[in-house]
Design a protein around this ligand. Structure first.
Ligand code: GLA
Length: 512
């Protein structure tokens, strides 16, 4: 397998971060090493690092099997690690004193470690990555680990702080035990691991965290094959810049899962069942709206397509018509009604979709969810297409910028009206961002709070940030210092994915 299929190792932070961030990161790594030594009395052997992400477009469609387009950010999770062969204990500490220290022991090859997901603790995410990795490595006696974590991804903000931690802990566990799995394998392990801690997530966050490249977003396809392709932004003048702004509404995906995230997963899966039933595809057992689409087209006549994008556009357009035709109750379905439409019993619906991850709802908005999924998938492929058609030269930058911005704005409208995963603050902030000069602005991540991402002209980025500070943040948070403000609204370049950092010398983090 080629080198690029593995998490890279470096002894220079310059390989990991953009130039402007180097001085700050050098200090951060130094502090991490020093604090490790203060806590444990010796140096760490390596640091595992995996970043958060911002999703540019493609919300809530990864678990429906459709491609998404996130990019990694330079805010990340670091875990400094030292190992011992004397026991199989894991000691966890966090540089942030808010997060208490913990210790746990490896149980055995089958159980690995017990995770109590009824208590909401940061260490659960570490345990999830640890458990997933060891299930895969099947070791009789993994090494003991001394760990110190430093996370800079804001939590509950929709930037994947939890996935960054799960990915980092999987990588830390793998390296501590001197194993070397491919990035693809680590991604699959991290996706499965995170399901130990409460949400039935898709794979976008973990993939972006591990596989991203600096300077590009990543087009992630899940079905029929898992494929990642870097997508560079168009060569517009002015260049594109992305600004992330946090509504400061903390959305705890795990706590609200039964009525928000996990419920949406169920609604899209039932939508797939209903369509499959109406289209005579139930016997093929499709699981997602993407699989229903593929099965439907496997058995039907199609026009000759000049490009892959054309095929996507035709197929998704047709699926939207089929939703209109067959999912007719626009104001929602009761459990009994959706079971009947799907050709299943209520018990079957329960057993298949609601037993592992419980959900609570009287009305299931199947129509609106299906419209969102197929239309959002269409926007993702159109966004990629506009980027790729304008790589080297751009005839009219304004046209391109407006096209991309419009797709982002339409995504926000669909998240708000069809997927009901926005909230007042997200609606207000995206509006303020557009008025302040963003071509497009939308929620990013699961929603119900958290961050927005806005596409702005690079030459007006600072002005834009000032205006949003004045209009959204200062009136609501008059006591915030400039430093606090710079943590709630900041520009974000695409960043590299996971890394392993080893110090070359005791004192030189440049690796010189
Ligand atoms: C969370 C999940 C992802 C994805 C997004 C919504 O971040 O972890 O898998 O579903 O929500 O797009």
């Amino acid at each position: 397998m080629q080198q690029e299929n593995f998490v890279p190792t470096t002894n220079s932070v310059m390989d990991i971060y953009a130039e402007s961030k180097i001085p700050g990161q050098i200090k951060r790594y130094r502090d991490l090493f020093q604090e490790f030594k203060t806590i444990y009395g010796f140096d760490p052997e390596f640091v595992a690092r995996s970043p958060g992400r911002v999703n540019i477009i493609g919300e809530h469609i990864d678990y429906a099997g459709f491609p998404v387009l996130p990019m990694a950010v330079d805010r990340d999770c670091l875990i400094a690690v030292a190992t011992t062969k004397l026991d199989s204990k894991v000691r966890l500490a966090n540089v942030n004193p808010k997060f208490t220290r913990a210790e746990f022991s490896f149980v055995d090859k089958e159980r690995i470690v017990d995770i109590d997901d009824t208590v909401h603790e940061w260490t659960n995410y570490f345990k999830a990555g640890y458990k997933g990795m060891l299930e895969s490595l099947k070791l009789d006696a993994p090494v003991g680990m001394f760990c110190l974590m430093d996370g800079s991804v804001p939590s509950g903000a929709g930037m994947s702080s939890s996935s960054a931690l799960v990915c980092t802990s999987s990588i830390a566990t793998m390296i501590a035990n001197k194993k070397c799995l491919s990035k693809n394998d680590i991604v699959q392990i991290a996706i499965a691991s995170e399901r130990y801690v409460g949400t039935n997530g898709g794979g976008m966050d973990q993939t972006a965290s591990i596989m991203s490249h600096a300077d590009a977003a990543t087009f992630i396809e899940f079905h029929p094959k898992f494929i990642t392709t870097p997508v560079h932004f168009p060569a517009t003048l002015p260049a594109i810049s992305f600004v992330v702004a946090n509504t400061m509404v903390v959305a705890d995906k795990v706590v609200s899962a039964p009525v928000c995230y996990n419920l949406r997963v169920v609604e899209t899966k039932v939508a797939a069942m209903i369509l499959a039933n109406k289209l005579g595809l139930l016997s093929e057992r499709p699981q997602t709206l993407k699989e229903v689409m593929d099965l439907f087209f496997a058995g039907s006549e199609e026009p000759k397509y000049a490009t892959v994008t054309e095929r996507w556009i035709f197929r998704l357009g047709r699926m939207l018509e089929l939703v209109e035709q067959f999912i007719t109750q626009h104001d929602g379905y009761s459990l009994a009604e959706m079971a009947e439409a799907a050709g299943l019993s209520e018990d079957e619906i329960h057993a298949r979709f609601m037993s592992k991850y419980p959900v609570r709802a009287d009305v299931f908005h199947i129509y609106a969810r299906a419209i969102h999924v197929y239309s959002e998938a269409l926007r993702v492929v159109q966004f990629r297409d506009v980027c790729e058609r304008n790589q080297d030269t751009v005839e009219d930058s304004q046209v391109v910028l407006h096209q991309l911005g419009r797709l982002m704005n339409e995504s926000q409208v669909s998240c708000r009206d069809n997927y009901h995963c926005s909230c007042k603050e997200l609606d207000d902030l995206t509006l303020i961002c557009r008025k302040a000069g963003a071509y497009g602005s939308r929620l990013t991540g699961a929603g119900w709070g958290g961050c927005t991402v806005s596409m702005v002209p690079e030459d007006q980025e600072q002005e834009f940030i000032q205006r949003v500070k004045d209009e959204y943040f200062r009136p609501r948070f008059p006591d915030y210092t400039e430093e606090q403000l710079s943590n709630v609204i900041f520009s974000s370049r695409p960043s590299s994915g996971a890394f392993i950092y080893r110090k070359r010398t005791a004192i030189n983090p440049y690796g010189g």
